[in-house]
Design a protein around this ligand. Structure first.
Ligand SMILES: Nc1ncnc2c1ncn2[C@@H]1O[C@H](COP(=O)(O)OP(=O)(O)OP(=O)(O)O)[C@@H](O)[C@H]1O
Ligand SMILES: CC(C)(CO)[C@@H](O)C(=O)NCCC(=O)O
Ligand SMILES: [K+]
Length: 256
């Protein structure tokens, strides 16, 4: 089995072990523009892949490229499931008014979070190109969520929209919130916006589902930058890598 998380910036993939442990035998990631290089990567691993499950939020052109890369690597007979947001899957009910409108990576991430923390009240924050902060109830309902620019996207939008603000090369942890230079001030502002949105979402969820122990599941590349800045009170933080891939795996092996 091959699992693929095609995001707007990067394509992440993994091959799970067949022993049901959810351990990865192989994994990798490429920039979206390098999708074609995956054919050689996969061929060189000599994988015998019968089934592929893809979460793609990067559009139709990427879907076509990925489709032909999969055919090139594994032959025309390989069974590809294009994972989609549906009203219910793997024990998770989709609370979107129009279930198909929900990004399939968010649906997969929620299934993944629930497979790791079953029966728990969850707020799932995924920090990629966009940041999404979603509520998943203890009963297994994707309640709904928030979408905001991701950490890098926020910083880049400032550089693009202003004369004097530079593009930030790498966001490193900050010593102090009130910075004494431009780069650190941008970083501090964007981190505060991201961390503040997550804290706000947790507050709202505590208000709407009072008296329930809440877990904050944090995923995505920018998550590690945010960890030291999050004020969570008694909410337990669970930092998880590859949450979308974990969710695709859980959906593929689910037997309700
Ligand atoms: N050390 C870091 N410094 C700055 N930004 C970072 C850092 N680590 C991650 N990011 C930011 O995190 C985001 C990348 O996270 P991640 O790798 O999970 O997403 P992605 O795979 O690129 O996104 P997508 O799934 O949307 O394709 C980008 O917005 C990037 O700018
Ligand atoms: C929000 C993103 C970009 C996060 O990757 C993706 O889930 C997406 O394109 N979603 C579609 C819109 C929605 O989820 O409501
Ligand atoms: K768009």
């Amino acid at each position: 089995m091959l699992l693929i998380d095609a995001g707007n910036t990067r394509i992440k993939w993994a091959v799970p072990a067949e022993d049901g442990t959810g351990r990865w035998l192989h994994q990798g990631a490429v920039a979206r523009g390098e999708t074609a290089s995956l054919a050689t990567v996969w061929q060189q691993l000599g994988l015998a892949v019968a089934r592929v499950c893809v979460s793609n939020v990067a559009g139709q052109a990427l879907r076509e490229t990925l489709g032909s890369v999969l055919t090139q690597a594994f032959g025309a007979d390989v069974a590809v499931e294009w994972f989609a947001s549906v009203p219910e899957r793997a024990g998770l009910r989709n609370g979107y008014a129009n279930p198909g409108q929900l990004g399939c990576d968010r649906f997969a991430a929620a299934i993944g979070a629930r497979s790791l923390f079953p029966g728990q009240e969850l707020v799932v924050a995924t920090c990629g190109t966009a940041t999404t902060i979603d509520a998943v109830s203890a009963e297994g309902v994707f309640v709904g969520g928030m979408i905001l620019p991701g950490l890098g996207t926020m910083a880049t939008s400032l550089a693009l929209s202003t004369a004097q603000l530079p593009q930030i090369e790498a966001i490193s942890p900050l010593a102090q919130p009130f910075a004494d230079n431009t780069v650190d001030a941008i970083v501090s502002g964007c981190i505060a916006a991201q961390a503040g949105a997550i804290e706000h979402a947790l507050d709202e969820r505590r208000r709407l589902a009072p008296g329930r122990a809440l877990r904050c599941v944090l995923a995505g590349g920018a998550g590690k930058v945010l960890v030291p800045h999050l004020r969570l009170g008694d909410t337990v933080l669970e930092k998880v890598d590859n949450l979308v891939l974990i969710g695709l795996y859980a959906a593929m092996v689910y037997s309700g």
